[in-house]
Design a protein around this ligand. Structure first.
Ligand code: 4AD
Ligand code: MG
Length: 467
């Protein structure tokens, strides 16, 4: 085959220099046509759109033609031509075709219209579908949006450890990391496992959050963010929970809760605007295929300012709804940890725009949040979104050494693991605040997908770690 340098399909479809010799490489999506002419839809992942390859059958051997099946990988040399029938400006009149990889009819993506559930079972192949191509391109663009946002604002991207000995959220949902022989564990007289001879010399786990180390960095560098994998062994099989997810955690010295809310709102809006600006074709596809209200919802979030409301007010609204006959599955009362149905009622039914709920009861929030003067609540903030519920959780931090220590003791958090964290409050403590955005929750919003398993390439959930 003649050596012509490859053009990506996304670039080729923009070209108008018809008559030029070009090469494309990609996978066959469909093949149709008559006894004289065949049309191959070829995709190389650079765009949701396929390029149409026009094949005059008389010019190719039977041996080549029989290998051009759905899923096969081809290299095509041909002439760029104006297209009338393909839905695109340009198509390719094939001159030479090389089969890079044949694909027999056991390929599971023969027909269109597989269910998302079925595609999860073939997660190794689903990136080849239009839907997952779109989702994973958007995922990439959102990562770039996040780095761009914080970089432009002068934040330092700070890498926090994945293996840790501290449970930031104190919820006991950590996966253990050990090199111990699980068949032969040594225990002390009280039956507790002895970790002295384990790899780290102590019990270690996968992190549930980079926040504590993020706070160390913010109280030195001023403003930082983390962006990395996070692990939670919570046994919740819901469309919004993963055992392994990615989290973005900015932490800023001298910010109070209001600054924190301003940052969160600006951040999400920046990401949504980025998706509309940089992923237009993919977002349009998902809008048309799965969620006819997607683009409208993205635009409306940009227009509206988020409601800011104390938890106590939120409970009043929910209680009023119950009094008027609204049925919730879980009870509503002051002190309850809100369920997703409650959060969504506030956002979708009551306010019809995103809500930032603040000042939660201290007993349902983590030890590090700044305590309010009422002795009951802490300066927490959760950002609640339509269709998702909680997308961000954050707070102003308790900067007072004594108050923080008291809270740690009240909540029975093992002190020996916390000395380094407490040092920030001992040596030049400062007001500071931060939050965590669940990357996949953001992607649920931006893609309109309904299940979090469909916005991460290889989801980890209870009883599932395939691929
Ligand atoms: O509210 P969370 O637990 O807050 C923290 O971890 C804080 N340390 C953040 C901080 O202040 N720096 O989690 C933050 C966000 C949630 O709002 C949610 O979007 C996401 O992380 N999240 C999950 N996403 C997917 N699967 C799970 N199991 C998640 N748990 C939390
Ligand atoms: Mg939370």
């Amino acid at each position: 085959m003649e050596k012509i340098s490859r053009t990506k399909i996304i670039d080729l479809l923009k070209r108008e220099d018809f008559g030029t010799a070009v090469n494309v490489k990609g996978w066959v999506r469909t093949r149709r046509g008559s006894k004289q002419v065949n049309f191959i839809a070829l995709n190389d992942g650079s765009t949701i759109h396929n390029v149409q390859i026009v094949v005059d059958l008389a010019n190719f051997s039977e041996e080549i033609l029989k290998e051009i099946t759905t899923g096969a990988c081809l290299s095509v040399n041909g002439v760029l031509a104006a297209s009338v029938g393909s839905g695109q400006k340009a198509e390719i009149q094939a001159r030479e075709i090389e089969i890079l990889g044949a694909c027999d009819n056991s390929y599971p993506l023969q027909k269109k219209g597989h269910s998302l559930e079925f595609l999860r079972e073939i997660a190794h192949l689903r990136p080849r579908t239009n839907t997952f191509g779109a989702v994973f391109r958007i995922r990439h663009h959102m990562a770039i949006a996040i780095h761009t946002f914080f970089h432009q604002k002068g934040f330092v991207y700070f890498h926090t450890p994945i293996i840790t000995a501290s449970d930031c959220e104190g919820a006991g949902q950590m996966f253990q990391v050990t090199t111990k022989n699980l068949y032969d564990l040594t225990k002390d007289e009280r039956g507790s496992i002895i970790y002295d001879d384990d790899f780290f010399g102590k019990q270690a786990s996968l992190t549930v959050s980079g926040q504590l180390e993020g706070e160390l960095a913010a109280t030195a560098l001023g403003a930082i963010y983390t962006f990395g994998p996070t692990f939670r062994a919570e046994n919740s099989n819901t469309p919004r929970h993963l055992a392994e997810f990615w989290m973005i955690e900015p932490e800023v010295a001298f910010n109070d809760i209001t600054d924190n809310m301003d940052l969160a709102e600006a951040f999400i809006k920046f990401c949504v605007q980025w998706a509309l600006d940089n992923c237009a074709d993919d977002v349009q596809f998902l809008n048309d295929m799965f969620d006819k209200g997607l683009i409208e919802r993205l635009q409306s979030v940009l227009k509206e300012s988020f409601v800011r409301l104390p938890y106590t007010e939120g409970i009043r609204i929910l209680e009023a709804a119950v009094a008027k006959g609204h049925q919730f599955e879980f009870p509503v009362y002051w002190g309850v940890d809100l369920a997703s149905e409650h959060e969504r009622y506030l956002v979708e039914d009551h306010f019809k725009r995103p809500v930032i709920l603040t000042d939660y009861p201290k007993d349902i929030k983590a030890f590090y949040m700044k305590q309010n003067d009422d002795g009951q609540t802490v300066r927490a903030m959760d950002v609640l979104f339509p269709k998702i519920g909680e997308i961000i959780g954050g707070s102003e931090r308790e900067s007072d050494h004594h108050k923080l220590l008291t809270r740690i003791e009240e909540m029975h958090i093992p002190m020996k693991d916390m000395w380094w964290y407490l040092d920030t409050r001992k040596f030049g403590t400062c007001p500071h605040a931060g939050f965590g955005l669940g990357f996949e929750r953001l992607l649920l919003f931006v893609t309109g997908m309904a299940n979090i398993r469909d916005v991460i390439p290889f989801p980890r959930t209870p009883r599932n770690a395939d691929f």
